[in-house]
Design a protein around this ligand. Structure first.
Ligand code: T3D
Length: 261
């Protein structure tokens, strides 16, 4: 796709975006953020893509905003505009993608790099992975969705401790806290991640997209509203060919083949 600071590929219905600035632990530059946003958009529009995997090249997942740009003098750089222009559309696009997303966390995830991992639906981490809300260590506050995702995943007290101390959380603690879905030895990271990705890619695409929206909605809405949303989506799911195929396959004692309609 002609990208310079990321790699993008699709195989067996799974798109993979690899952040590719390993010398800086994949710190995010404007070019990289632009390419990342474009690739997520592309994955969303490509009917052949059913699952998106996001990972980093080298020993880091993503070390957040490239700190060189934060060296600017006060007034030289408009952080609010920067967030509006790059981070917010990217995080919103990732979260709104009606396809499952998996962060394959190969190494450290810091600052907005951790936010990126949190904005994915699931996280599979290598044992070497570490997580830090590094913002506070450079005198900043959580951004790029961390304040939204983190307390929902690990609870208020732990989220505050991470955000206020910038502590580095290892992969096993991350698993115990519910920050990641599973931790595997690094040599099995790709295998385990793509096993999960393939399982999801074999699922009913329309239902998976609705499940993603339903769970996000249900996590923040009163029970009565969640019940209404479930009903609305269930009516739509029940009308799909994939639902009929699944029931037929069940009685035929064969695996279903889903077509996304
Ligand atoms: O601009 C806006 O719109 C605001 C948005 C802000 C969002 C944010 O993300 S703010 C937070 C930015 N990130 C950080 O503060 C993290 C900085 N990095 C670290 O604290 C550490 O590197 C890690 C804890 C992530 C990993 O530590 P370690 O010891 O494993 O690696 P290291 O030796 O520190 O880093 C390796 C190299 O990567 C090193 O370069 P060198 O010395 O080998 O040439 C280091 O400078 C570089 N690197 C790491 N993080 C960044 C980076 N270079 C630029 N920007 C980085 N964020």
């Amino acid at each position: 796709m002609g990208y310079q600071s990321i790699e993008y590929g699709v195989e067996d219905h799974v798109a993979t975006i690899t952040l590719n600035r390993p010398e800086a632990l994949n710190a995010l530059t404007d070019d990289m953020l632009g390419e990342l946003g474009d690739a997520v958009h592309h994955a969303g529009r490509d009917a052949a893509v059913r699952v998106l995997v996001l990972t980093g090249k080298g020993r880091g997942f993503c070390s957040g905003q490239d700190l060189r740009s934060l060296n600017a003098q006060p007034g030289e750089r408009d952080i609010g505009r920067h967030l509006d222009q790059y981070y917010h559309p990217l995080i919103l696009r990732l979260a709104a993608l009606e396809k499952p997303t998996i962060a394959m966390v190969n190494g450290v995830a810091a600052g907005a790099g951790m936010s990126l991992a949190l904005a994915c639906d699931m996280r599979v981490a290598a044992e070497e992975a570490r997580f830090t809300q590094a913002f506070v260590r450079v005198g900043l506050v959580p951004d790029s969705g961390s304040s939204h995702f983190l307390p929902r995943l690990i609870g208020y007290a732990r989220a505050l401790e991470m955000a206020m101390t910038g502590m580095i959380v290892d992969s096993h603690t991350a698993l115990a806290w519910g920050l990641v879905n599973r931790v595997v030895p690094s040599e099995q990271l790709a295998e385990e991640t793509y096993k999960l990705a393939q399982a999801l890619a074999g699922g009913p695409p329309l239902a998976l997209g609705m499940i993603k929206r339903e769970i996000a909605y249900g996590a923040s809405q009163p029970l009565a509203a969640a019940l209404e949303r479930e009903k609305d989506f269930q009516i739509r799911a029940a009308a799909t060919a994939d639902h009929r195929e699944a029931v037929t396959a069940f009685f035929a004692k064969r695996p279903p083949v889903f077509e996304g309609r």
